[in-house]
Design a protein around this ligand. Sequence first.
Ligand SMILES: NC(=O)c1ccc[n+]([C@@H]2O[C@H](COP(=O)([O-])OP(=O)(O)OC[C@H]3O[C@@H](n4cnc5c(N)ncnc54)[C@H](OP(=O)(O)O)[C@@H]3O)[C@@H](O)[C@H]2O)c1
Length: 285
Amino acid sequence: MRVLITGAAGQLGSDLRRLFPEALAPDRRQLSVTDPKAVEAAVRRCDVVLNCAAYNAVDAAERDPGLALAVNADGAANVALACRRAGARLIHFSTNYVFDGSGDRPFSERDRPRPLGAYARSKLEGERRVLEILPEALVVRSSGLFGAVGSAVKGGSFPERMVRRALAGERLRVVADQRLNPTYTADLAAAVADLLGGTLSGVVHLVAEGCCSYWELAVEALRLAGLEVPVEPLTTPELGAAAPRPLNGCLTSERLPPLRSWRAGLAAWWTAWREQEPTAVSGRS
Ligand SMILES: NC(=O)c1ccc[n+]([C@@H]2O[C@H](COP(=O)([O-])OP(=O)(O)OC[C@H]3O[C@@H](n4cnc5c(N)ncnc54)[C@H](OP(=O)(O)O)[C@@H]3O)[C@@H](O)[C@H]2O)c1
């Protein structure tokens, strides 16, 4: 099976690359999904495409919604079209941010998306275009991804940023009213690998079991790192971010079982990250 991973240098792409060492795994400079001809040439050689390419700068997308749409919607459509032409299976990734975060129960595949910001709208449009072009595609929505290789556009994964800031002696202030299923990308990648050969199509939610606030996630990351540092809880208005975000970003699935708990995933992340960055944490924990 010949596998193509787009956006392969990102958090999820890096973990998928580890699982599929033989895969074609270009980073953005080697293959931009916004270039239809290059996408078609790359996909032509493959049986399966894992589209991890995304513009994930949620706040910056408010200032430049066109760029978010170009990558997350037009780029996704380019990949879907190339897969249709090549007869390749496509697994495309999307986000819990397609929901408006109202209510207090987790959103399932049956709930109606209502994106609040430019990033979220671009991701929903990407889902719609992918499934319109290639109804056999699988769109995997996840939430709060963190990996041993962090997201470059965000300056590392969320737990990594918390640990680094605590180690640097910075004051930590984190939103406590936005909830999510923090999902370890290595766990998501392993579950996706199991879906590759199947025929599951349409939208599925695939997240860690359990839901918590960013504040709880920060506190648990620091606990694992052995750092006794106070974390000040903030409200979303106090944080004053440019993009609106769902307060209830929790997902559930009617189609797939959840991954292991977010706490277990975070503990595994800590072990992997500590091994990868021994100098950052030397003398700690
Ligand atoms: N991060 C989260 O919390 C989260 C939550 C739910 C769902 N998701 C979704 O999960 C998927 C994977 O996210 P992630 O956290 O792994 O993101 P990530 O770490 O930001 O990785 C995305 C990758 O896509 C690359 N990219 C950007 N524009 C591209 C283009 N035009 N062509 C090809 N590659 C391009 C980026 O390269 P550069 O860094 O060089 O720009 C980056 O390596 C995305 O679909 C995302 O929307 C993420």
